[in-house]
Design a protein around this ligand. Structure first.
Ligand code: FMN
Length: 158
């Protein structure tokens, strides 16, 4: 399977848009945009997110004890772009607050899922961060969706 064909195929699969955050031992916040977020198990409560081994955040997340998944609301595409941009201070805007587990979170987010790291699984050019869910926050905000390499808002029945 050619990787460009797999990329083109998966671009047609809609996904959530999340910003995953953690804080390292020195108190420095880390975060990246991820659409690979998925639930895994109810008992125990497990979720996963996949992180590129080449990402600048890889070592912070694979050695972390906790992470927080912020599932973005439809008007938060600017935040998604910022947390996917290399070489900038992604936290400089100051729009994050201390949320579950003391980790950086977005107040206007749809959902937040706080996790203790359950395991880090080697998966090709990515690591799977498997998290055991400790706390959640749920709102009725409309989520942001990533489809065909674009951000969109789902059409919901009224
Ligand atoms: C919509 C969207 C979804 C993304 N999903 C993932 C993902 O699931 N896993 C991942 O490792 N990178 C994902 N990325 C890329 C990262 O956000 C980031 O750009 C990449 O890790 C490079 O960051 P670096 O400068 O920290 O190395 C996604 C980017 C976008 C725009």
């Amino acid at each position: 399977m050619e990787s460009s064909l797999l990329t083109r195929t998966m671009a047609r699969v809609p996904g959530p848009v999340t910003v995953v955050t953690t804080v390292d031992g020195g108190g420095k916040p880390w975060g990246f945009t991820a659409s690979s977020f998925s639930s895994v198990s109810l008992d125990p409560p497990l979720v996963l997110v996949c992180l590129d081994k080449g990402a600048s955040t890889h070592s912070a997340f694979t050695t972390a004890e906790h992470f927080l998944v912020n599932v973005l609301a439809h008007e938060q595409d600017g935040v998604a772009r910022r947390f996917a941009t290399s070489g900038i201070d992604r936290f400089a805007a100051g729009d994050m607050e201390t949320c579950e587990l003391g980790l950086p979170g977005l107040p206007g987010t749809c959902v937040r899922v706080a996790c203790a790291i359950h395991s880090v699984i080697d998966a090709g050019d990515h690591s799977i961060l498997m998290g055991r869910v400790t706390e959640t926050y749920v709102s009725d905000r409309i989520p942001l969706v990533y489809f065909n390499r674009s951000f969109s808002r789902p059409e919901l029945p009224t």
